[in-house]
Design a protein around this ligand. Structure first.
Ligand SMILES: [Zn+2]
Ligand SMILES: [Zn+2]
Length: 253
C-alpha cells in the first residue's frame, strides 16, 4: 500500500495552491493508494474526511496535522490524534512530544536541516517516531546527514511529498507491507516499522529541471546583491526558496 503521509491543501494551508480534491485525484492518478492531509496547525474535519473516503474508495484519505513548534521553529507531522488541543495551543516541542506519547499518536520530524546545519538538542532528549528523509522540502544535499541522524536516534525514515501543489502529490511515499483502513491501523503499522520508501523517478527528474532553473536564477540574484524580499516580490514565490540557496543548500531532489 503506497501512502504519502505529508501533504497540504489550499482549503486549509494558505501556502498550498491545489485543493484537496485535486491533491487526492492527482495521488490516485500517480498510483498511490492513500494519503494523509497534514495542513499547517489545523486539524482535519473528521466527518468531511469520512465523506471524501466514501467518494474516493478504495483510495484512502487519513487525517493528520503539521505542527510548527515555538522556539525550535521546527515542524512535526502528528498522526492518529484528533484532539482540539493540537490546533488550539502554541506548542513547545517537548510538550508536543509528551502529548503525542500520552495519546498514543505518531510524530514525524519534518525536513530537518532545512534552514540550518544542526538539530535541536530536544530532538535527542525527546525522540520522535520517525524522521523525514525525502520530500519536496528536503534537498538531496541533506540526505546523508538525515540518514545518520536517523541511525543515531535509532528511528525509521519516512518519505513524503510535503506537496503544496498537485504536480508533486505522492512524488515520495511509503510502501506499507500490510494494507490499513483505519487511522489506528495506520499508526500501528507505522510503529511496527513494516514499510519502505518509494519515489516517482520520472516526476523527480522533471521536478529537478524546474528547481535547477529556479536556483540558477536565485544564484544570479545573489551575485547581483538582491535579497530574498526582492526575489519574493519579483516572482511571487516563497522566500524559503531563496534562503536555502543563500546558505549554500539546494532543493534539488
Ligand atoms: Zn506549507
Ligand atoms: Zn508540510
Amino acid at each position: 500500500m503506497k501512502i504519502d503521509l505529508h501533504l497540504h491543501t489550499s482549503e486549509h494551508s494558505g501556502c498550498a495552491s491545489s485543493g484537496e480534491r485535486e491533491q487526492i485525484e492527482a495521488a490516485i492518478s500517480y498510483g498511490l493508494d492513500a494519503l494523509t492531509i497534514t495542513d499547517h496547525d489545523v486539524l482535519c474535519d473528521i466527518s468531511h474526511i469520512a465523506l471524501l473516503n466514501k467518494e474516493y474508495a478504495p483510495f484512502k484519505i487519513f487525517p493528520g496535522i503539521e505542527v510548527r513548534t515555538r522556539k525550535l521553529n521546527e515542524d512535526f507531522v502528528v498522526l492518529g490524534i484528533q484532539d482540539d488541543e493540537l490546533q488550539a495551543r502554541f506548542w513547545d516541542y517537548e510538550d508536543l512530544h509528551a502529548f503525542v506519547r500520552e495519546k498514543n499518536g505518531y510524530i514525524i520530524y519534518c525536513h530537518p536541516y532545512r534552514f540550518k546545519n544542526t538539530v535541536p538538542d530536544a530532538v535527542f532528549t525527546h525522540i520522535p517516531d520517525a524522521v523525514e528523509i525525502h520530500s519536496t522540502n528536503i534537498g538531496a544535499c541533506d540526505y546523508e546527514r538525515i540518514l545518520s541522524l536517523a541511525q543515531t536516534l535509532n528511528i525509521k525514515t519516512v518519505a513524503n511529498s510535503d506537496s503544496h501543489h498537485k504536480s508533486t502529490a505522492g512524488i515520495y511515499h511509503n510502501i506499507l507491507e500490510n494494507d490499513v483502513s483505519t487511522e489506528a491501523e495506520l499508526v500501528a503499522e507505522l510503529k511496527k516499522g513494516t514499510f519502505t520508501s518509494g519515489a516517482d523517478d520520472l516526476r523527480i527528474r522533471r521536478y529537478n529541471a524546474e528547481i535547477g532553473e529556479r536556483e540558477r536564477y536565485i544564484k544570479r540574484l545573489i551575485e547581483e546583491g538582491k535579497d530574498a524580499a526582492y526575489y519574493s516580490e519579483k516572482t511571487n514565490q516563497w522566500h524559503g526558496f531563496y534562503d536555502r540557496v543563500a546558505m549554500g543548500k539546494s532543493y534539488l531532489l
